[in-house]
Design a protein around this ligand. Sequence first.
Ligand code: AMP
Ligand code: GLY
Length: 443
Amino acid sequence: MQQNIDNPVVPDINDILPKMASGHEEDIRPGKTVLVIGSGGREHAIVDALSRSARVQKIYACPGNPGMARHATCVDISATDVPALVEFVKEKNIDLTVVGPEASLAAGIADALQAEGRRVFGPTKAAARIESSKEFAKEIMEKYGVPTGFYKSFDRYEDAKAYAENLPLPTVIKYDGLAAGKGVVVATTREEADAALRDMLLDSAFGQGRVLIEEFLDGPEFSFMCAVGGRKVYPLALAQDHKRAFDGDKGPNTGGMGAYSPLPFISEEVREKALEEILQRTADGLAEEGIDYTGILYGGLILTKDGPKVIEFNARFGDPETEVVLPRLKSDIYDLFDAAIDRADHQTEWSDEACLGVVLASDGYPGSYKKGVALNFDGCRKVYHMGTSLKDGELQTAGGRVAMVTGMGKTLQEAAANAYEDVKKSATAGIFFRSDIGKQVLK
Ligand code: AMP
Ligand code: GLY
């Protein structure tokens, strides 16, 4: 705090109006009303972070989940019902809407709210193509020199097969479009590659039929999320997801079984390089293309022996990374959203504490599973709900991934110990979890 030398009793104006200095003079009214769209763990973590904001008075979530109800009023409007959401924003005079799921972006929620002159943190449909079209993402990366694997795209099976036959194994085959995480095959044999190409190009199981065949990149994966407002890039803390269902990275791919932050295996030098050469270059590239990006740009990166490279971009907060990143955010998340929308300067601040989260999933997930298993999180310190519901006042499972039990600590070891202590309290028959989240770095 700056001392007022003339009159020490008069407090510094910056302490009364802390946002005055950050360029939001017209926007310093206290008591903002915020809407968070979505119903998963990611959105629960966003609600949680907003509940710590000095600027936020009221939080709504559409449709929300039982875990959020502590801090937000949940309103049963679907995350993809754009007309109803727009009506709701107008009716409640929402100051800021934060979009969680990609499906809402694909449905055009940001476009519709912007058209009404409403403040929204989340990209337009055109901007969200960085996630929804892998080919578009590759074109941007190629044009603006963003490090990624080489690729070629095909819409005819015969051409794709001929190309794939001459490539070294493993070969990566990706369906070009949103495929709910099922559109990527890392083929280790020619037969697997051929089967994937047949599935995606001949059987039209995925819809429109177009694939990318991509260079296999080798190294540890990590997630680098940045808030972006035009050319302004505001980095968030790094995190690592665990995508396979079972311990030792075995079993099928899932939406993510656990995560932790920070990442001891990423040096500051590598982080800087990824920020400049990947996230900033991509934001600049999108701006060059006339695409006005507002929202999270999520870099799914891999640290190869030639440095960090892009596996994929997402146009939204990652799940479950958000649940371990946002608890470490010390600065006000409303200020971050505000700054991105206004393309204003803003510095995020992060806690030195580590956060680690373990996903509780329904037996059978990612295949079929039963719902309605009773849940009890008594004594757990921080649980983000992913797929829960209330029936007659009782909490029960309502999804494949049920909840993310998180622990904080001075070190990742301590965070892991705290998380697993709470997992023990809450895990029950019908639920499974990985017991090795963060293990690679906890040795
Ligand atoms: P994606 O849906 O693009 O995130 O891909 C799912 C997973 O497939 C990634 O998390 C990686 O583990 C793997 N993968 C995708 N692309 C590549 C690649 N080019 N090289 C190696 N692994 C990849
Ligand atoms: N954790 C990966 C994702 O959100 O896509």
